[in-house]
Ligand binder design. Sequence first.
Ligand code: ATP
Length: 254
Amino acid sequence: MTVIPRSHPRYRSLLVRAGLAEEMQRGLVVPEGLMAHGRGEAFDYLLGERTTPSAARAAQAAAARLLLAERPVLSVNGNVAALASREVAALARAIPHLRVEVNLFHRTPRRAELVAHALRAAGVKEVLGVRPTARLRGLASDRSWVDPLGILRADVVLVPLEDGDRAQALVLAGKFVIAIDLNPLSRTAVVAQLPIIDELSRALSHVRREAVRLRRKAPRTLRAIASSADGPALRGEALSTIRERLLKLSRMRT
Ligand code: ATP
């Protein structure tokens, strides 16, 4: 593995990239996943590489929504397993009825096993979707496979780094979709009822902290929090953050 000097101003980002490249060699991540990561990084730059106040509100609403859900599922692809298996496990501990399901755009039995292995190694007790037997309507190919005990019967699905078609198919299947996606313009962020426009690890940690804080609240309080965030407003606020940052930076003299 390449040695990255700690003094490098983008040390963390380079470390994450090196880790993803390594996971691609092992087969957990696909080349397309590296490109999706690059797109996410670009938006993180634009948003200031921190959780914005509106993303924090979205994470709080997501925690309330997951606590209220009867059959919530967290969907995990190769990038998510490579970047945030520990955060997935921590969230599943904080919300014990949250089930974790492997969901792959480029599905092979080996990749599904690799994702499940990474999740179990991080502490996820039960992993669904390794050999899924049901299909989501409206999707061609391997992307339509879902677990009959997981996403198929879920009422709320948390989809980090999802592609637009699948997010749309989930909404059409009657699910409440919470997305984590740094790109406020992606189709996923547009179709999800609750987009959290933030970096994956930060967003999952935030949702977990909120779930721990909220789990003893009355359902009435949770319902009020769950419905306090609205998709178009959250996307609008992310775009305003980008616009204001760019305006400010463009006026700075170095
Ligand atoms: P869509 O199909 O929804 O329009 P897309 O074609 O960009 O979007 P993908 O290629 O599957 O979809 O990319 C996944 C999305 O995940 C991208 O929008 C990217 O911004 C986002 N993304 C990538 N890495 C991260 C990350 N670490 N945290 C949050 N979002 C990320």
